[in-house]
Structures are given as structure tokens and as C-alpha cells.
Design a protein around this ligand. Sequence first.
Ligand SMILES: O=P(O)(O)OC[C@H]1O[C@](O)(COP(=O)(O)O)[C@@H](O)[C@@H]1O
Ligand SMILES: [Mn+2]
Length: 644
Amino acid sequence: MNTKFLDLLAQKYDSEEKVVTEIINLEAILNLPKGTEHFVSDLHGEYQAFQHVLRNGSGKVKEKIEDIFKKILTEKEIKEFATLVYYPEEKLQLIKNDFDNEQELHHWYTVIIERMIKLICYASSKYTRSKLRKALPSQFVYIVEELLYKTDEFTNFKEPYYTKIVQQIITLGQADKLIIGLAYTTQRLVVDHLHVVGDIYDRGPEPDKIMEALINYHSVDIQWGNHDVLWIGAFAGSKVCLANIIRICARYNNLDIIEDVYGINLRPLLNLAEKYYSDNPAFRPKVQGDEPITEEEKLQITKIHQAIAIIQFKLESPIIKRRPNFNMSERLLLEKVDYENNEITIYGQTYPLENPCFATINPAQPDQLLEEEQQVIDKLLFSVQHSEKLARHMNFLMKRGSLYLKYNGNLLIHGCIPLDEEGNMEKMIIKDKTYGGRELLDVFEHYLRYSFAHPEETDDLATDMVWYLWTGEYSSLFGKRAMTTFERYFIGDKTTHKEKKNPYYHLREDEETCRRLLNEFDLDPDQGHIINGHTPVKEINGENPVKANGKMIVIDGGFSKAYQSTTGIAGYTLLYNSFGMQLVAHQHFNSKEDVLQNGTDVLSVRRIVDKELERKKVLETNIGEDLLQEVSMLNSLMEYRYMK
Ligand SMILES: O=P(O)(O)OC[C@H]1O[C@](O)(COP(=O)(O)O)[C@@H](O)[C@@H]1O
Ligand SMILES: [Mn+2]
């Protein structure tokens, strides 16, 4: 090994003892059971429901509480305790309201602190002390360690000492802070690492809060979804992606995200909308039952929705024309409209157009933007690229995200690996080179990163490619022949609305196909699984999220309220700990208030996907590989410096 490198390393480990200690420490960690991975997907802005799943660790928190306290607590007490761990601030307030004298409250504090310490002791049993220390509330590390490491057999005489510590905490008014801190420690210990398998953005109201939660989370990676890439594209300079995000926000009555959350000025767009558009049933916002909205607001959004949709359709044409390899000429829809007769001819069929709104379209040159439209989209882009908050969120998506991820032997990917009917990798020509399978995904990611690094370029191949990832036939995130947005707005015949899925979505039921795909990514098909999001699993129709003899797991979270009636549940999450994999099905999440008041935890049904024959150790994980390398370097240092 390079001696310069070893000299550098020796600066950090500058004594024999330090090297030895670290080697022993790492070797010990390698032999601990692997940490718990938690997989979620398709969050679609549903921050409250996501928070709940995160806080209860898809049922893991309650499971641990039951393991320890099942025999001594009633079901109601267990529920109360679990709720306290999920939402400590709010639950504490509610509980405290029920006490009318100080003494009783103090007694309750004593009992609860003891229970929490036991829970943490149990939840941290597979981690090193140093890892636990990092998870403890910083201001109480010393005190909690004292409480944790009391070993009952030998320290009976110490009992008064511990009781005294707890009493002091209570009398000094620190009990609430400690309980809150311990609750968060528990949440953190129960899940070691989080994977978000795509689609944080769109449809739901609070994607920004999800982003903040992820930024503050102790360990997370993200596999981009098509909706995430749409937002990245807008920030990276793609005007058509930008038009799409605003259109979707208008459609789902979420323009607040654009205006209030990210500070993007919609006034120029509104002015344009007011000038050219009026009410139109096809463009009214989808409003959830309890959302407050006036008729006037609805009308305004309906107009904005039309204005931005038409800008979007106009912006699509030049891209389709300058990128013949996208193979999208059939989507030059504005050119296929007969504006006099209000008809469109697509795929050889003519359909009447309903709810048309083509006031800004010149039939001779339908994709030409009016000067005003051009100005609107330019201003919007300027505003988007200068939003500090959006910049922070998009940078995080880039830093922690990728198109796919190989992790602990599994392949995580939001959508698909485009295949033909025979199961061969579909090929796409980009700049005269043909790509398929893993290479195609790598080249997609290369362009996306290039586009993000060059936000000033708006019409180059990289920027167009980001839009292709949103809507292209061979995009691993979309995976359908075409997106029929135009048809859904303007054509009554529902057969035109259907989006034909890539053969991947039925071939993935087949074990051999999944094994080949794992091979394509250099993963061991005997050990690995493919984990997908993106397509809601319709449990209602008996669809099974575990496919291909367990090689394929589809966990579309179904967090999106808009989709729950078609899935029949509120989606799946996956847990992977040292004992194996478990799929958790979630019931509809009502509200945090409901959990706080009634302890109605979302019912979670477990299904064992895979059971390890032997408990899996850190040694066999991605982190284990890194640690092994570190051990090997430290061994070299040991020989070079101290064993000559
Ligand atoms: O439900 P909406 O808003 O019409 O959106 C439908 C569009 O969303 C998509 O389903 C993509 O979103 P998902 O990634 O959430 O499936 C498109 O295939 C489809 O055109
Ligand atoms: Mn998706």
C-alpha cells in the first residue's frame, strides 16, 4: 500500500493503541446483527401519513414495546405508551392535562422514565455503545448512560442513587425534555436506515415538509421517482418540466406549494390566465372534501390550470421535433387538431374535442408561444431558479438520490427496467450509441446530473433528457408508451386515456426475468430482490405485492389519497432486519389527532417475505464492506508502523 497514504492515516491514528482499539472496534461491529432498513415509496406530499409511518417504524416501535411489556401492561396502556413514543410533545400535554395533583404526576413521570429506559436498553441491544450515545438526547447523555448501565444483580445498593437521579430530573423540571428526547432516541434506534423509493413530490399538499424531515433524518437514501425528476428538471432549466409541475399543482389545488412555500411569483401567469381563459369543467381543481376553497378561488385556479397546460403542450412540440430518437412524433398533438371543427385525429381515429381552450393557439403554427406566454414561462423559470428553499431541497435530492441503488444485495428502483415483450432489454439510441438495461439507466443519470450542473442551459440534450425521464417510452421512471394528459383533458372516449405499460410490468411476475435483471446489475439472484414503487398495488383486486417467487416486491405506498380507493389500502412499506424481510400493509391514516386521542394506530399486517437461515451480520452488508476495507488499511498501518 502507498506509504504516503499510510503516513497520512498515521496522523489520525498516531499511536499503536489507537490503531489496535479501532481494529478491535470495527471487527466487533462487523459481527453485530445488521441494522434495520425501512423502505417507503410514493409519498406524494402526504407528510402527515409519512410522519406517522416514520415515527412508528412501520409497527416496529409497538412491537418492541409489546415484547417487553406485554405481560405487565394492558392493551390500552401499551397504546398510550406507543403514542407517547410517536408524538411525545403532544401526548405529554394531553396526559398532563389529566392530572390534578403534582404528586400523581411525579409518580407517573418516575414510572414512564423507567419504562423508556428499558425500551431503549432493548432497542439498542444490537448496537455498539458509541452508536447508542450518538442517538441519545445530547443534554442528557451522561444521565441516561448512568440509568442504562445499572446492572441489577450487583448494584442493589445503588438503587437509591438511581431513584435520586430520576427524582432530581423531575424536581428540576427536566422530565418533559428527557421523555421527549428518549422518545426520539427510540424512533431512531428502531430504524437504522431509510430508503425512499421515489415520488416524494406532487398530488399531496406538503412535499416540502417531507423534504425537511428527510434532510433531518439520521440516515437516508432516495431513488428518484418520475415526479421528483420533474421538479429537478424544472430547477435545472427545463421549461416544459416547470410547466408540468405548476399544472399538477393547479390540478390538485396545491398552488400554495409554488407560491407560499417556495416563494415563486404566480402573478404574471394569473394575469395571462385572466385574459384568455374562463371556467372549464375539465380544468377545475380536484378538491379533497374538507379543503376550504371559495368559488372565486376555484375559478381562478381553473384559469391558471388551462393557461399553464396550453403552455406545456406548446413547449413539448419543439423538443419532440429536435429529438427524433425520443420517438414521440405521435405526441405532436396540437398539430393534429382541426381547430375549425374542434376535432382531433390520433392513431388514425377522429374524436370530437370537449372543453377546448385554444384561444392562444395559432392554427397555422400551433406550438408558437405568444409573446406573453414566453414572458410568463421565462419569469417563472427565473423565480424557480432563485428560490433558496427549492435550491436546498433539490440539492438534497441530488446528493442523496440516484436513479437506482444496489444496497445489501437488493436492487432499488422506482419504476422499471424497460423490456420488450420477449424480456430483452429495450434499446435506445443516444448520440449514435445504443444503450439498454443498466447502461441505459447510467446514461440517463449522467444527463440528469449534467443538466442539474448547468441550469443556464435550457434546450440542450441533457435538459430534454430530464423531460424524457418524466414521460418517455423507455424511461425507467415512467415505463409507459405515452402519457395521455391531453386526451384526459379534451377527449371524452376513455379508451384514449389508457397508458400502455412497458412489458416489464407483467414480465416482472416471472422469477427467471427477475433473476436476469439482478444479474444485469451484478447482483446475486439467489440472494437479491428487486424493490419497486410507482405502480399502486390493487390489493382490492387480489393483486399480490410480492411477485416472482419473492424476487420482486412492489411497495407503492399508496400514501396518495387520490389513489386509495383503487388500491383498497394505504399502501405498503418494507422492513429488512437481521432476521429477514417483512412487508407491512397500512390502513388509511386518518389524522395525528385521531392517534393522539384514541391511540388508533394504523393497523399493520405483516407478511414474511424472506427469512434468513442465520441472522445476518453487519459483515454481510454494504457498510460491512466499507468497514472491512478500513480494517485492512489499519492492518497495513499496523504492519508498516508498529510491527517491523
Ligand atoms: O392522476 P393524474 O393527475 O391524471 O395523473 C396521471 C398521470 O400520472 C401518472 O400516473 C404518473 O404518476 P405516478 O408516477 O404517480 O403514477 C401518469 O402515468 C399519468 O399520466
Ligand atoms: Mn411514479
